[in-house]
Design a protein around this ligand. Structure first.
Ligand SMILES: Cc1ncc(COP(=O)(O)O)c(C=O)c1O
Length: 430
């Protein structure tokens, strides 16, 4: 933000008044007195969700009972809602289906991808992946081995610049997260996909921190597979289902490892042998968690009205404003911005930490500082060992929220209230 030295709260209010997305805030329930900067972990509640869930529960379940599998379209929901996610990620109709958890969906696509590259015995991912991705890949390595009985070899990169060193004609699949969960660093999806394809490997993207945060165009990039979650920026609700995207060109030949009856060509024949359904349906497994699916359905009504370019513009205005205010107001305490400063390389979140040189504060103090901030109504989160993470969901975070958040952080640091021992007590979830 070029005018950083002249920013005040009134400037932020002016930016809010001119914000083309401002009206979306009214479509969410947010508690009074809270600045919610954790929509990258769990999205806020859309106002329409409780009534929709009540209708699904009372009418579709209570009155419709078993008939709702047909009458309310329950059986096809993973497909019909997949088609509504498609425009958010540059996918075509029929390429997206709802899954179970993101972890399970990663397993589905990574094994399917490896099976499309037989004879290649390595899989590439990155050390800074969300750990569940690496944990799931351990099983993928074991189960999708090249037929020799040996597991696939794992090669981990630290950065995009390491790719060339690990990509060879023995690599089957590359699994990367588009926007990093800790730093918000964003890969150039098309460019990385191109390099992976040059080596003859297939590209799997984890879009957990991208969908609903930044524009994504999987088909323009020519990617192969993707997965993502819907409880973050998409606001589907806690535990809402993941989604799976498979490029049309792979749909006829891809063989997912979990071969449940909802992915069967004729589930109600109840035959004893598995036969994959046509198209993306073969990536389904079993009965979908329909109440969670209903939460997602309500939030997708909001997304149907969102202009994704305007979303990205606002996201960048918010993160640039936050970075400018951190630089000018929090520097005295050694607070540094860990996320990329170059906008094109940043998703919709900003991570901060205390510089090692900071005398009063150390890396781990970020946890206590975050708890003190949360108690004062500014909700972010902490990722060990040292990151304070703030997400900026453009549909409901305003420019004045950003101003107020930095003011609270400044007050917590200046007063040193965070040193009270209760703030250092850790809960099971940080
Ligand atoms: C990049 C990434 N992948 C996967 C997950 C988790 O997946 P699951 O939905 O299986 O808990 C997260 C959760 O925050 C994530 O950030």
């Amino acid at each position: 933000m070029s005018t950083q030295h002249s920013i005040d709260r009134a400037t932020c209010a002016d930016l809010d008044a001119a914000d083309p997305l401002a009206a979306f805030r009214e479509r969410f329930e947010l508690p009074a007195g809270v600045v919610y900067l954790d929509g990258n972990s769990l999205g806020a509640l859309p106002r329409s969700t409780p009534a929709h869930l009540e209708r699904v529960i009372r009418e579709e379940w209570g009155t419709g009972l078993i008939r709702s599998w047909n009458d309310a379209g329950w059986f096809d929901k993973p497909r019909t809602l997949g088609d509504r996610i498609a425009p958010l990620i540059g996918a075509a109709p029929g390429e997206v289906v709802l899954g179970d958890s993101t972890s399970a969906s990663l397993f589905q696509v990574a094994v399917a991808a490896a099976r499309l590259r037989p004879g290649r015995n390595a899989i590439v991912s990155e050390r800074s992946s969300f750990p569940t991705d690496l944990y799931m890949l351990e099983s993928v390595q074991e189960l999708a081995g090249d037929g020799s009985g040996d597991p696939l070899e794992r090669r981990l990169i630290d950065d995009e610049s390491d790719l060339d060193a690990v990509l060879g004609d023995d690599v089957a699949v590359v699994v990367l997260t588009h926007v990093n969960y800790r730093t918000g660093r964003m890969y150039d999806l098309a460019e990385v996909t191109r390099r992976v394809h040059e080596a003859g490997a297939l590209m799997v993207w984890d879009l957990c921190h991208s969908v609903g945060a930044v524009p994504v165009d999987l088909n323009a990039a020519g990617a192969d597979f993707a997965i993502g979650c819907t409880y973050k920026y998409l606001n589907g609700g806690p535990g809402s289902p993941s989604f799976i995207w498979v490029a049309s060109r792979h749909l006829a030949t891809a063989r997912p490892p979990l071969t449940g009856w909802h992915g069967h060509a004729r589930p109600f024949d109840f035959g004893i042998d598995y036969a994959p359904a046509d198209g993306i349906t073969r990536f389904r497994v079993g009965t979908p968690q329909l109440l969670s699916v209903a939460g997602l359905e309500a939030s997708l009504d909001v997304w149907a009205d969102v202009d994704l370019e305007a979303l990205r513009e606002k996201s960048l205005r918010l993160t640039e404003l936050f970075i400018a205010l951190v630089d000018t107001r929090l520097a005295p305490w050694g607070v540094e911005v860990v996320s990329p400063r170059q906008s094109a390389k940043r998703g919709s979140q900003v991570a901060l930490r205390f510089a090692e040189a900071g005398d009063a504060l150390e890396a781990g103090d970020g946890y206590a500082v975050m708890q003190a901030i949360i108690e004062r109504g500014v909700i972010g989160d902490f990722r060990a060992p040292d990151l304070m993470r703030f997400g900026f969901a453009p549909l409901y975070v305003s420019h004045t929220d950003v101003w107020d958040a930095v003011a609270v952080i400044e007050e917590v640091l200046a007063s040193e209230v965070w040193r009270e021992p209760r703030y250092a007590r850790r809960g099971a979830v940080t």
